[in-house]
Design a protein around this ligand. Structure first.
Ligand SMILES: Nc1ncnc2c1ncn2[C@@H]1O[C@H](COP(=O)(O)OP(=O)(O)OP(=O)(O)O)[C@@H](O)[C@H]1O
Length: 281
């Protein structure tokens, strides 16, 4: 596709099953870049009182935890600078085995398109209902894009987990406290860009969607932005990374992702002590 200014939402309209999450992520990313939405320097709505101190404190009491096979799977939360390939990895993971991996269906206030069904691509709801959900802390994260609200609710994640599948979602750093809870026990995978020359080399034939362009080739400034954003995320949030994948060769990254997800579900891991003691969050 040639480099041209387009409505980003056009990108979503060609969505086949599985692609809608790309649309959601992009729109969320874009709205996060443009406005402040959920992101806040204050506590997240779902924060059990002290996310600020949790995010700023370098210490956290941890215990060894192994998921019981009959327990719900741990939420897999993917995090990384925009454009590094978080969505690509999530999409591929779900594609490998949709019976095991699934994304949570997001909510939106925008009108459905012809092919869309409520509960499949999105839960289409009114602004009043959306506002009510915000008031009641039902969203893990949400934001506004082109006049419509988009968000991922904790109930949508629960629905996947209750079906016995592994829920895979991408998050922004400010949603870390909302997913690191006794209930969701998020396993946070940080997707890191490879070194500069490898980043450029591997993305030579790839396309990026930015605030203004859909699917244009990567430019030097994109690489700079990815690297800068990576540095910021790493310096502020590295203590919450359960696993890091350097997204160099895509195939290798997928294999690493599968291995990490399996370990998260089946092997003992260090988790915050209050996840184990807590009876509710
Ligand atoms: N390891 C890789 N090698 C080559 N291309 C890659 C690799 N990882 C991702 N890409 C490509 O880079 C582009 C951006 O990836 P993706 O859309 O997943 O980014 P993102 O991190 O989800 O950011 P955003 O949410 O802003 O789109 C896509 O075209 C994707 O196919």
């Amino acid at each position: 596709m040639s480099e041209e200014l387009r409505e980003e939402e056009d990108d979503f309209s060609s969505s086949a099953e599985g692609l809608f999450l790309v649309g959601f992520r992009r729109s969320m990313r874009l709205c996060r870049r443009r406005s402040h939405s959920t992101a806040s320097s204050s506590c997240h709505p779902r924060c059990p009182n002290s996310c600020c101190s949790a995010l700023s404190s370098p210490y956290e009491e941890v215990v060894r935890y192994q998921r019981h096979p009959q327990d719900a799977h741990r939420l897999i939360a993917l995090l990384g600078p925009s454009g590094v390939g978080v969505n690509e990895l999530r999409r591929r993971l779900i594609e490998i085995n949709p019976n095991i991996f699934q994304g949570a269906v997001p909510h939106t206030t925008r009108a459905p398109r012809g092919y869309e069904e409520s509960g499949r691509e999105y839960h289409f709801i009114s602004r009043a209902v959306f506002d009510n959900m915000i008031q009641n802390n039902r969203f893990l994260e949400y934001g506004e894009y082109k006049g419509s609200l988009y968000g991922t609710s904790v109930d949508s994640v629960r629905e996947v987990l209750n079906s016995g599948r592994i829920c895979v979602m991408d998050i922004e750093p400010n949603a870390i406290p909302a997913v690191r809870t006794h209930e969701l026990k998020a396993y946070v995978i940080y997707v890191k860009p490879p070194k500069d020359e490898r980043l450029k080399e591997t993305r030579r034939g790839a396309h990026i969607t930015t605030n203004y362009y859909v699917n244009r080739p990567f430019k030097d400034e994109d690489f700079q932005e990815i690297e800068e954003s990576a540095r910021k995320i790493e310096s502020q949030f590295c203590q919450f990374f359960d696993h890091v994948i350097v997204n160099d060769e895509l195939q290798d990254s997928c294999v690493q992702m599968l291995t990490a997800v399996r370990k998260a579900q089946d092997e003992p891991q260090w988790v915050p002590a209050n996840w184990i003691r807590a009876t509710s969050t």
